[in-house]
Design a protein around this ligand. Structure first.
Ligand code: EPZ
Length: 429
């Protein structure tokens, strides 16, 4: 297994281009199942989760083609992926595939909407919590699906097609909203989705569905109204920038110190994170599509926060912010409200000498002036990158094991950091 070696202490100075968002690309690729025509997605990040989903969609009969490089395209530009689900040959998503990537469960919605049936393995829990799918199944039932659970599989049927209905989510759920949207666009009649997730990736999916001929109003709000249509057509759509990748490098720059500009980004999508970063003492200036982070000389002030659904502080940046707080000159309280077990990074950050105590859903981080490099191991994507952030500011060498977690969500991580002067290298197994 590959490892990443980091020698801490170098300041970061330079420019980092931000890739397309993993969490937007995945549902957009799944939406290709809704139409027999071609969906062209631009700015798709080169990540192992994307590769995995290409395989999963291929299993259902989707032809996936990656367009060659075009004149004027930069190495940093994502892929242009053409997906054609002209004929869906299999409506089953097997355990072997779904268990490797939770988001692949969402194929249940377009398969059901277009084919009237789907058999999809239950995804099971993961390192950050139990993560059930009860809200997703409730949403499909409200649209007239018959749902049965049999030997680890969800069997969903809608013999005469889905019907418009009212869905009221008891808790904000990104996957639930993606699922409800993809099912409702082909249902007969009108659907209303209340307490819908307002995460930008949901808006990106909705906008792409509209380009495909769907009728959706209330995009970016917590109430979505969908008037079902008989069929959808092909479209071309650019995946929005990855706000979590951007936030991660912003925190890394503040942690290591220096002057870093993030490009190809939409600052508005991570305002809450940038506000917390500014409170911590970094100078943050943004333009329409770039963010500059500077921290030279001054220390890191402690900032307490709670994770929240969008537009609040994202759970997907909680581990990274905690890494930054380990060097604050004071104590910060970080409360996780979205997932019940998203503190697996705490014990690994302790290896650097970080002082963190857990009290239920809150981590109490007592900043320490010196972190020391150590061998560490990651348990999930965002936890692993929090270790990278700590390592950049730690004395001496850190060896990060289980790098495959990072490869799921961070495109060219080492190259992007190297360009800014960090001492980072991948050691291939
Ligand atoms: C998406 O997961 C993201 N994944 C996650 O990013 C992200 O952390 C999460 O949204 C919250 O923003 C992708 O987009 C691929 P949820 P999702 O449904 O949709 C509970 C990363 O690192 N819940 O919004 O699975 C659930 O347990 C990943 O990139 C139910 O109880 O999350 C959680 O507590 C990790 N029943 C809360 O709701 C359900 O049926 C929010 O989960 C569904 C969810």
């Amino acid at each position: 297994m590959d490892r990443i070696r980091i020698v801490g202490g170098a300041k970061l100075n330079g420019t980092i281009p931000i890739s397309g968002a993993k969490n937007a690309a995945l549902p957009l690729m799944i939406a290709s199942l809704l139409t027999p025509e071609t969906l062209v997605l631009e700015n798709v990040p080169r990540l192992s989760d994307v590769r995995m989903l290409k395989r999963i969609l291929g299993n259902h009969g989707v032809d996936v083609m990656v367009a060659g490089k075009r004149v004027g395209e930069r190495d940093d530009d994502g892929e242009t992926v053409k997906l054609n689900a002209g004929a869906i040959v299999d409506t089953t998503a097997p355990y072997e595939l779904v268990s490797q990537m939770r988001a692949s469960f969402w194929v249940i919605a377009p398969l059901l909407a277009r084919m009237g049936e789907a058999k999809v393995s239950l995804p099971g829990g993961c390192a950050i919590g139990t993560r059930p799918v009860d809200f997703l199944l409730m949403a499909l039932e409200k649209l007239g699906a018959e749902i049965e659970i049999d030997r680890g599989y969800v069997l969903a049927k809608a013999k005469n097609g889905l019907k418009g209905g009212e869905i009221d989510f008891p808790k904000v759920t990104v996957g639930g909203t993606h699922t409800a949207l993809m099912a409702a666009v082909l249902a007969q009649g009108t659907s209303v989705i209340r307490n819908a997730a307002r995460e930008p990736e949901v808006g990106d999916l909705a906008r792409c569905l509209v380009k495909m001929g769907a009728k959706i109003s209330g995009i970016d709000s917590s109430t979505l109204e969908v008037v079902g249509v008989g069929s959808l057509h092909g479209a071309q759509h650019r995946v929005l920038p990855d706000r979590i990748e951007a936030g991660t490098y912003a925190f890394a720059a503040a942690m290591a110190g220096g002057d870093v500009t993030l490009t190809d980004v939409q600052p508005i999508l991570l305002q809450s994170a940038l506000d917390r970063l500014a409170e911590s003492g970094a100078t943050v200036t943004s333009d329409v599509n770039s963010i500059r982070i500077q921290r030279n000389g001054n220390g890191i002030a402690p900032v307490s926060l709670e994770t929240e659904a969008f537009p609040g502080f994202p759970t997907d940046l909680q581990a990274q912010f905690m890494a930054l707080m380990t060097k604050a000159n004071g104590t910060a309280r970080i409360t996780e409200t979205i997932f019940e077990n998203r503190f697996m990074h705490v014990q690994e950050l302790a290896r650097f000498g970080a002082k963190i105590r857990l009290d239920g859903d809150t981590a109490i981080v007592e900043g320490t002036p010196v972190l020391k490099g150590a061998p560490v191991m990651a348990t999930d994507l965002r936890a692993s990158v929090s270790l990278v952030i700590a390592a950049l500011a730690a004395e001496g060498e850190t060896m990060i094991n289980r790098v495959y977690h990072l490869d799921r969500g961070f495109e060219q991580l080492e190259a992007k950091l190297q360009r800014c002067g960090a001492e980072v290298e991948r050691i291939r197994a």
